[in-house]
Write a protein that binds this ligand. Sequence first.
Ligand code: ZN
Length: 313
Amino acid sequence: MNGLSVAGAGRIDSSAGLNQESEPIPSSRHSILSRKIAVHPMKQPTLLCVVAHPDDETFGAAGILIHAIAAGMKAVTICATRGEAGEIMERSNATPETLAAVRELEYRRAGQIMGVSESILLDYRDSGMPGTPENEDSAAFINQSREQVIDDIARVMDSVRPEIVLTAEPGGGYGHPDHIFASQCAIAAFERARENESNSGWAPQKLYYFTFPRSQMRKFFDEMKRSDPESGLAQLDPDEFGTPDEEITLTLDVSPHIDQIQEAFAAHLSQLSPLERVSDELSNEFIGQASLVRVFPEPDASSFEQDILDGLG
Ligand SMILES: [Zn+2]
């Protein structure tokens, strides 16, 4: 269950495969390049986003991906599962039997809308929400060997050589075990690539979490309490979601991309987007701003970033 399937997303020449930008640099130039500059001058800076389910890359990181692509980066996504344990919206003609295939298509379509170069799927099974029978399935993502998943991610990393790695915050947004596991494995693959730099001559430069500020999550739950006080969502504690505002290290204004972000959200037709639950005003506030936590290099007061591309090349 560790085969890779590459969902070519329009912009890439599939005959070129995954290795098109990773031709080895002669070793005599390695040390000079990796010490003095972060990005090979001939290489398009690349962002690799690692998530668990189709829609996580969109609902969690569409603004960041579109922003990075608009700024000249190449973006690649890895999704660990096809999200086959998800609920199905009535408007979709998916069935429990077809949901995996439908969500794979939705993932590819959203990637195309965002301008993602490669939408890669790992062949794991969605583990479902905590406490559901899907958790026990031997094929479930959370029941796979951590080393195997890290190997899968590392293989893609070695191939696309991203300067930036992006994944879900360690709490997985709302505690979904697949989100947490995907995030942990992405972090481990990032660390391994850093440790291997002397052998490989290459290492990713920055690691970020995508997240939402807790102040926004409070607004979300306040609206839930007003509009649907009996719903399960209205009963949840906002302080268990998102990231305390003061821990967010970078906020991007992605409001110029709101239409494109909404189009990508709409590609996940079989799923209920969080934006569908709230007013247009709050929806635009949510998607018009992207929030990140830089994990590596650890931020300090003297290296205040303005943009995700800061420090590259
Ligand atoms: Zn998810």
